[in-house]
Design a binder for this molecule. Structure first.
Ligand SMILES: *[C@@H]1O[C@H](CO)[C@@H](O)[C@H](O)[C@H]1NC(C)=O
Ligand SMILES: *[C@@H]1O[C@H](CO)[C@@H](O)[C@H](O)[C@H]1NC(C)=O
Ligand SMILES: *[C@@H]1O[C@H](CO)[C@@H](O)[C@H](O)[C@H]1NC(C)=O
Ligand SMILES: *[C@@H]1O[C@H](CO)[C@@H](O)[C@H](O)[C@H]1NC(C)=O
Ligand SMILES: *[C@@H]1O[C@H](CO)[C@@H](O)[C@H](O)[C@H]1NC(C)=O
Ligand SMILES: *[C@@H]1O[C@H](CO)[C@@H](O)[C@H](O)[C@H]1NC(C)=O
Length: 281
């Protein structure tokens, strides 16, 4: 039974291999924006290779010649002229100054004695690391909503497009989340890199340490909600100051009232005196 099963597996594998281009080697490559990758053709007998082409297939199926070597001078597109280095001895091509547009499927087609030989397919993925995300508290509500604070996480210059993931240290975000806006992704048209930001509203009735991540880059944990103790102390201090100021104002006001009353008494006294004088005279 096991033998039959194994035979079937082998047969299926053989069928799958047979259905694709027989000897084509499939390789995955990863490069960073601004960096470079080297595509090395895999050949069982890398001898007598007298021609070599690297081509790229777009998602819409369009095939573009990139670079290679031949007995004649090859016509390389301007955008690849200074960005590709072909090494005849290694049967390789280095692609420099990568951009997101370079992502895609590349093929190396060697010719041995002018006969097409074993191809190599390169699946090139290009990424750019997002900057370390930063968390900012945009403000808290007032009155009954004083515990609801609006918090933003933002990060820049990454590829591909990515979402933001929040995490609360030692707690579940869902329990504290009051509102969550959709992430905002903006692409820089020149660099094709993305900026991402997201705003959430949290129940900040207790101090929490929060962090956010974009791609694989994680922000520092930030303490975002003022602890209720310091809040109470602040309120107490504010009340005390208010009380003191009111007392001072009242004391001053009373003193000033007394002062303005005294001259009035003098005038009435003076009038009396002058009346008395007139009566006497
Ligand atoms: C490639 O480099 C040469 C010499 O540095 C320069 O003259 C040419 O304009 C460059 N071509 C492109 C397409 O950037
Ligand atoms: C991007 O981040 C990864 C993982 O942290 C790191 O290995 C890699 O060197 C970074 N790339 C660049 C170009 O900074
Ligand atoms: C981001 O999240 C949205 C909605 O939750 C989802 O549809 C989308 O596929 C996500 N994008 C990535 C790159 O993870
Ligand atoms: C992306 O963020 C960077 C840094 O914050 C900023 O300089 C740039 O203008 C932003 N790009 C876009 C397209 O918003
Ligand atoms: C906010 O969270 C505290 C616990 O941290 C909970 O007791 C309170 O009911 C929550 N308030 C609201 C409005 O959800
Ligand atoms: C938040 O982090 C600070 C410093 O790392 C720590 O002292 C505090 O206990 C943390 N608070 C919570 C609620 O995890």
């Amino acid at each position: 039974m096991l033998r039959v099963y194994l035979f079937l597996v082998v047969a299926i594998l053989a069928l799958q291999l047979g259905s694709t281009d027989e000897n084509t080697v499939e390789l995955n490559l990863h490069g960073f924006v601004g960096g470079s990758v080297k595509m090395s053709c895999k050949l069982e007998q890398p001898k007598n290779v007298n021609q070599l082409y690297f081509q790229k297939k777009d998602s819409d199926g369009k095939v573009t010649f990139i670079n290679g070597f031949y007995s004649k001078i090859l016509d390389v597109l301007p955008e690849f002229q200074n960005r590709t280095i072909v090494n005849r001895a290694e049967l390789s091509m280095e692609l420099l100054n990568l951009s997101p547009a370079d992502e895609g499927e590349y093929t190396c087609i060697p010719f041995i004695n002018s006969v097409p030989s074993q191809k190599t397919n390169f699946h090139l993925k290009v990424t750019a690391n997002y900057s370390a995300p930063t968390i900012t508290v945009q403000g808290c509500g007032s009155g009954a909503a004083a515990h609801n604070c609006v918090i933003e996480c933002s990060s820049a210059g990454g590829f591909p497009h990515s979402n933001i993931t929040w995490s609360v240290v030692g707690s579940n975000l869902r329990l504290l989340l009051k509102d969550e806006e959709d992430p905002v992704n903006v692409m820089d048209t020149h660099s094709q890199l993305w900026n991402v930001s997201q705003v959430i509203t949290l129940n900040c009735s207790q101090p929490i340490n929060i962090s956010c991540s974009v791609g694989e880059v994680v922000s520092y944990a930030v303490s975002v909600c003022p602890s209720s103790d310091t809040l109470d102390i602040r309120i107490l201090i504010a009340c005390a100051v208010l009380l003191l100021v009111s007392i001072v104002i009242i004391v001053f006001a009373v003193k000033k009232c007394r002062r303005t009353q005294l001259p009035g008494d003098h005038t009435t006294d003076a009038e009396l005196v002058s009346l008395n004088l007139r009566q006497a005279g």
